[in-house]
Design a protein around this ligand. Sequence first.
Ligand SMILES: [Fe+2]
Ligand SMILES: [Fe+2]
Length: 359
Amino acid sequence: MARVSPGVEEALENVNEVSRGKLDLSWMNSNPSGWGVKATPRDERGLCLEDINRVGRYGEVPERGGKHGSMAPRGSNVPDDLPALGCYDIDDKSTVWAENVAHLYDEAVARQWSSARDIPWDQLTPQPEDLEKAMCQVCTNLAEIEFIAGDMPAKWMWRINHDFHEVKLFLASQIFDEARHMEVFRKRALANGGGLLRSSKSSEEGLRLIIEAPNFTVGSALMHILGEGFVLTLFRNGEMFSLTPVEKKIFRLCMQDEARHVAYGTMHLKYFLEKHPERESEIHDILQRGEEATFNLNQTRDTIEARAILAGGGIEHIDEGFKKMRFLFKKQITEYLHRLKMAGIDRADRLAIPTELPT
Ligand SMILES: [Fe+2]
Ligand SMILES: [Fe+2]
């Protein structure tokens, strides 16, 4: 064997001592105040994150992430010489926390679904050309925008202090949800004789605003409340755009996931503004830019034509489709303003876009 490093030498010495019966065992008594807990499931959902947060002091989340900046699990004994890794610098609870985050993670885990198995792909039926093309254009748009909601949390997640592990776990669940959304819309476009159609310049410009947001909270307000809020209302009315039971199921399952993402964003903004009311103007500024970008992204010719053809039931009924689109847009605005109100911010008089589409 080549000459070993001091670290390997120390590890070998440990092995030698233990094998000779020279035990330390001090770890056994390293965390007396954290010992003797017994978490139990509250119901048939099993042992949830919320359940283990109800025992001992394990559910106490500090306002500032542990000074150690390590990966030490919250509530464990942290030796004084534990090295900080230096990368977990998002350590202010108010910049990531939401009171419902553990609950939302538990729900995410319980409601995972598979785009391969849980969609009744065998119920797709041949469609008139205009409807299949409109569906494929809508799926192209959605496949293009869905994974921004995976990339944005991924950009910030690795910097979040481990004392806020509930947030990290929830964001990890969101990243996988979005992966599933991207794949399911791609699959729908490729599964019924059509294919992907045209990507969108406006979408790319809107998404850039999210990915380049200067901090997590601003990015979250833009994405979780505004962007995903609009998408949630769209999916909730997915029946309007569905051709077969396949699309209905896709929209319904994606809607459940989006509801969690929007709920996290709303409660996070509420928590943040309660702690930092002085930063409300920063949120207004970004939302103003976001509203303009979201409006442009949703009203491109490709998007509105395709959606109106689906909503009307064919190109010859596009007027009927536009009527439904106007109704949907009004709903998107109403629900968006309502969610912001829940978060403690009023934009009714400051909205940068019309509240109704022109007739
Ligand atoms: Fe999504
Ligand atoms: Fe989402």
